[in-house]
Design a binder for this molecule. Structure first.
Ligand code: GDP
Ligand code: MG
Length: 170
């Protein structure tokens, strides 16, 4: 593999699913109960060491609203990796996540490493999407899948780490 790579990564998914919160948790180790909605897109960078390689992520956190949809290709075009985020307490957000996966499969870079994140895993009592259903979908579509919580930090670093591992192996 390659020892030092720069990897463009895009976060896609419904507004409110927790994209910005996942990035904030990963980049700054913080969580805000009242995270402001993203206008257009926001950029962050963070470097991870995996085995004997370093991966510098150039992260585009997109807005997610329908009215910004036409901008999305600017962010996923040329991206090496994507995290598609849904909210486990919101069925519509899972439906929308699957639409993003379809769009990436059609229009994205064919070698893109894709991960599906079922976020807000701390809200177990409000769960609407089972982990089993999502795992099955991810398997069928060749995506890495995990449930995350930006609030408790569970699996947040792991998803970026797994992507970095897959990129450094390529
Ligand atoms: P985005 O529109 O996808 O960027 O979503 P945000 O990151 O702005 O999050 C939307 C709302 O959900 C905010 O009020 C966050 O505090 C909340 N939120 C995000 N992630 C989590 C999580 O893992 N657990 C809980 N309980 N709330 C979360
Ligand atoms: Mg946001």
């Amino acid at each position: 593999g390659n020892n030092n790579l720069n990897a463009k990564l895009v976060l896609l998914g419904d507004m409110g699913a927790g994209k910005s919160s996942l990035v904030l948790r990963f980049v700054k180790g913080q969580f805000l109960e009242f995270q402001e909605s993203t206008i257009g897109a926001a950029f962050f960078s963070q470097t991870l060491a995996v085995n004997d390689a370093t991966v510098k992520f150039e992260i585009w956190d997109t807005a997610g609203q329908e009215r910004y949809h036409s901008l999305a290709p600017m962010y996923y075009r040329g991206a090496a990796a994507a995290i598609i985020v849904y909210d486990i307490t919101n069925t519509d957000s899972f439906v929308r996540a699957k639409k993003w996966v379809q769009e990436l499969q059609k229009q994205g870079n064919p070698n893109m490493v894709m991960a599906l994140a079922g976020n807000k895993a701390d809200l177990e009592d409000k769960r609407k999407v089972t982990a089993e259903e999502a795992r099955l979908y991810a398997e069928e579509n060749g995506l890495f899948f995990t449930e995350t919580s930006a609030k408790t930090a569970i699996n947040v670093n792991d998803i970026f780490y797994e992507i970095a591992k897959r990129l450094s192996r390529a």
